[in-house]
Design a protein around this ligand. Sequence first.
Ligand code: PLP
Length: 391
Amino acid sequence: MSTPGPGAPAVLAAVRRALRRESGPVALHEPEFRGREREYLLQCIETGWVSTAGAFVDRFEAMLAEFTGARHAVATVNGTAALHVCLRLAGVRQGDEVLVPSLTFIATANAVSYALGTPHFVDSEERTLGVDAAKLERYLKEVAEVRGEGCFHRRTGAPIRALMPMHTFGHPVDLDGLAALCERWRIALVEDAAESLGSYYKDRHTGNSGVAAGLSFNGNKVVTSGGGGAILTNDPAIAKRAKHLTTTARTAHQWSFVHDEIGYNYRMPNLNAALGCAQLERLPDQLLRKRALAVRYQEAFRDVAGVRFAAEPEGTRSNYWLNTILLERPDLAVRDAILEGLNHEGFGARPVWTLMHRLPMYERCPRMDLAGAEALEARIVNLPSSAALAG
Ligand SMILES: *Cc1c(COP(=O)(O)O)cnc(C)c1O
């Protein structure tokens, strides 16, 4: 018999200590409206600017660029749409393969499908909970080759056009390692930064290392616009093309309707941007409180046997979107007992998403050995993470 895993009662006690309350209901992640949300929304109604154009959209984009340090931000209707367009911007075409982690939310893989590409699943590491750069390098040496300006998967013959890593729960991936890998293998880097607004790799805000990056402002994210997303890029030509593709590819003219390619109606409505602006104004304060909550969890779990708090990777600053504990050893039964124990007391704890390569539409996609992701799946528990829990 192996040693027992951490007990559900010990985990429950630690969560009670961190949150300073005996029971719930406590949601996994709730939006909070403590700023000028009402005022800005009323302005939309009073001026009639509620839909796909308006001053709040421009302001939201300017605020995002300023906060992230990206030269350009293009607001979109949601984060999945932003990722779809990011892949188009990276040159992904029908039949191309795109390397994505299997350990991610469905949007990452679906965006590849919308761009008519094939997700090619790669493994994740414990240190960052994101793509394992060293393992991916070894894998590419086995299965891929660089020919001319592109990388090709030898078995399928398809181009491996892009890599889209994801900053899991706000923890930045090894961006320098992955950028160098992409350079060597002639693969475009696109970041799924949907969970990492307010997260920094070294001194760089996430979303600044590749061709483009996608953000999300869904209701459960750090900043919400109700629904929404954005594309970040540092290349003015790519920004221009992002705006064109997301606004039905209409050519600029006062009254004529001419579209020069198949674009998308992926514009963010002004109503949503108004909410987003009010939220962004309060983001620095919110990030401080999320950090304070993470510190409380870290302390509460310091002496709990068999489990550890997933702190930000060295050299990074995480937004701690979702606080995470990791079982020392993968064990679905132990994980589920912990989830049961917490949810029974009203604490909204969750497991990680079902891995992409287990889903029916993606089970036949190309993939490398996914032992790292599979182990993490049986180790991860997400804990209630709203900033309001810290005050
Ligand atoms: C939230 C999220 C998205 C985008 O989601 P939308 O609901 O479309 O805004 C994309 N990728 C990841 C990893 C996410 O968590």
